[in-house]
Design a protein. Structure first.
Length: 623
């Protein structure tokens, strides 16, 4: 077994050497469903941009993932298809003017949409797209008063209780919806046949808690509405300034496709011309998020360049590539150049800490996150130990991570203590996971693993004690942990087990043993592990019925960390992992990255290299 693992690891190292970019980074595709490709076609056609090559490429990619029943899916095992994804894809294809509306593929898609409830049954993001381009009225739940942005942070509910990635998406939507703005051209397709007039456009406020939070919001805004014209103009100006101040060097809002798409329409609603430099720079930035999948071009929602580069360079060093190797040196130069040295929104709840984190995307300068920061610090540790002049970068990064620990003991992704119960009651689907940034098992476990193994912080350190206790308290009855940013219970359980062990928890302890036993109980007959995206939707473990490379690597890494000697289950899993390296089927493309629940899941093209490399390296180092 060891020889096979060593051979595969060596092959991986040389393959990655040839895939590195000139600036030291690795640039892998961050692939989702049809959303970004369809929205890009709609945007280019709406703004009457002549970019036929790009539109043709995006049409080809959208068609390549259409299902036999005419629908589009978010993941392979999604039953029947996804209504919102199908509406978006159909709309984009229709607006491209490269598809005959009467063709079999288009008629199948149209029939699927009608049979599954039409435009008004789509999710809130799709409804915002349809409203801003003139196909449906603005839903009331997307017309929350823009004056809310004026509420001070002393209010029971205020704008900065939403997580940053929600704020940059919500702000442009609220600008357009409050102005009742839509933008249609003479070439915009007619989608009126797809509207089911018997289906309500709005989300219903089912519970007393939902009604209570809306009443609280309106009570707070009430005094502002005494001077409606003044308050409205003041709020719109503040919202406009909020957007403009969060444009990254590439012209995008926080590097997010969706936030930038809606920003362009918000600017149009405020009177900007479509040839305004800010809009043209944003379009240029969106075009630059074009990646090549195995066969087709695809617009990325947000490039994963820093994340991929940090994880790969750390994995390569774990595999024995020395810090002096030019491949590692170039990666280090890139990573150090991407450390954040400016204050941004994260400091609102953490004002006494110097900047020092890392973000996810190449041009990210405003939204550092805990996971990318610990990944980058892992990667640069050896370089820092040999170059004392770089110690300040390490110290600032480490201090930033420690300062971002939540009061409950866990870590979240982007901001500190952003877990307000009132916000969770807003009438948005999965509000707790989408609007807030609570502590999660994956972030807490991965942070503990970094602190224990790379920063030498272990029990009984008070921060470590609080974090380990949070993990113990949040373990599921069956022994697993839920992971927010990966799919899903395998991801969270791997992170929790490796984090607890790195922090000094005994392998024989009850939480570790329960977690290990749960992982063993969901191992597949082929030796691997595989979990469905339905786990994220149903909030319980749902088996995929097949194994995937990344989920197998996560489970194996947890078992390797917990066992002094290789077991039959570990060896069986390693056999599958080695075999999967040369596989090319749907299991190697299955999305194992978590995005927006029920809206967006991610197939990281890097994951077939990152996690198997890390796991095989740990196997070789330990055994």
């Amino acid at each position: 077994m060891r020889q096979h693992v060593q051979e595969t690891t060596s092959h991986l190292i040389e393959k990655l050497r040839g895939m590195q970019s000139n600036d030291g980074s690795w640039r892998f595709c961050f692939e989702g469903g049809p959303l970004t490709d369809a929205y890009m076609i709609i945007l280019l056609r709406t703004l009457e941009q002549d970019d036929e090559w790009l539109i043709q490429q995006l049409v080809a990619r959208i068609l390549s993932i259409q299902q036999p029943n005419g629908s589009w899916k978010l993941f392979h095992d999604e039953k029947e298809g996804n209504l919102s994804a199908t509406v978006e894809a159909y709309y984009g294809l229709l607006f491209s003017h490269y598809m005959d509306p009467d063709s079999a593929k288009m008629q199948q898609a149209k029939q699927f949409i009608i049979e599954h409830g039409g435009l008004t049954k789509t999710n809130s993001l799709t409804k915002a797209l349809l409203a801003v381009t003139g196909h449906i009225p603005w839903p009331k739940h997307l017309q929350l008063p823009i004056e809310g942005i004026l509420l001070p942070r002393t209010s029971p509910i205020h704008f900065y209780q939403f997580v940053g990635y929600t704020r940059v998406h919500l702000t442009p939507v609220l600008i357009s919806s409050n102005l009742n703005f839509s933008y249609k051209t003479s070439h915009t397709p007619d989608l009126s046949e797809l509207i089911n007039t018997r289906s309500p456009i709005d989300l219903k406020f089912h519970t007393g808690d939902e009604k209570m939070i809306l009443n609280t919001l309106f009570e707070q805004i009430g005094p502002l509405l005494m001077k409606p014209k003044e308050s409205r103009q003041l709020a719109l100006k503040k919202a406009e300034r909020f957007m403009l101040e969060r444009i990254e060097p590439d012209g995008l809002q926080y590097n997010y496709f969706g936030a930038t798409f809606f920003m362009i329409f918000a600017l149009l609603s405020l009177g900007y011309k479509k040839n305004h430099p800010i809009i043209q720079n944003a379009l240029h930035g969106l075009r630059n998020q074009l990646c090549l999948t195995n066969e087709f071009y695809h617009i990325e929602y947000c490039p994963s360049t820093v994340w991929d580069t940090a994880l790969l360079s750390h994995g390569l060093q774990q595999a024995g590539v020395p810090e002096t190797d030019p491949m590692i040196q170039n990666a280090m130069t890139y990573l150090f150049s991407r450390q954040h040295l400016e204050f941004a929104d994260w400091a609102l709840n953490n004002p006494d800490t110097l900047p020092g984190g890392w973000g996810f995307s190449d041009f990210n300068t405003l939204e550092p996150d805990v996971d990318d920061t610990t990944a980058s610090l892992r990667a640069v540790r050896a370089t820092v130990s040999h170059h004392p002049a770089l110690r300040n970068s390490w110290d600032r990064g480490l201090n930033w991570v420690l300062s971002m620990q939540n009061n409950d003991g866990g870590w979240s992704a982007f901001e500190k203590n952003l877990d307000h119960p009132l916000i969770a009651q807003l009438p948005f689907k999965d509000a707790y996971r989408v609007l807030l940034d609570p502590s999660t098992a994956d972030l807490t476990g991965r942070t503990l693993e970094f602190l224990g193994n790379d920063a030498n912080l272990r029990l009984p350190h008070p921060a470590i004690e609080k974090a380990t206790q949070w993990l113990v308290n949040n373990q599921e009855e069956n022994g697993s942990w839920y992971g927010r940013w990966g799919i899903c219970y395998i991801y969270g359980t791997w992170a929790a087990i490796t984090g607890l062990l790195a922090s000094g928890t005994e392998p024989s302890s009850a939480p570790i043993q329960k977690g290990v036993n749960w992982l063993l109980s969901v191992q597949n007959a082929d030796g691997g592990w595989g979990e469905s995206c339905y786990s994220d939707i149903q909030k319980r473990y749902v088996p995929l019925g097949a194994s995937t490379p990344s989920q197998t690597a996560w489970a194996l890494d947890a078992l390797i960390t917990a066992h002094d000697q290789p077991t039959n289950e570990i060896d069986k899993g390693m056999t599958y992992l080695i075999k999967s390296y040369t596989q090319t089927d749907w299991t190697t493309k299955y999305p194992t990255g978590g995005g927006i629940p029920e809206v967006f899941y991610i197939h990281y093209h890097s994951y077939k290299y990152i996690w198997p490399l890390q796991t095989m390296s740990h196997y070789l180092r330990k055994y």
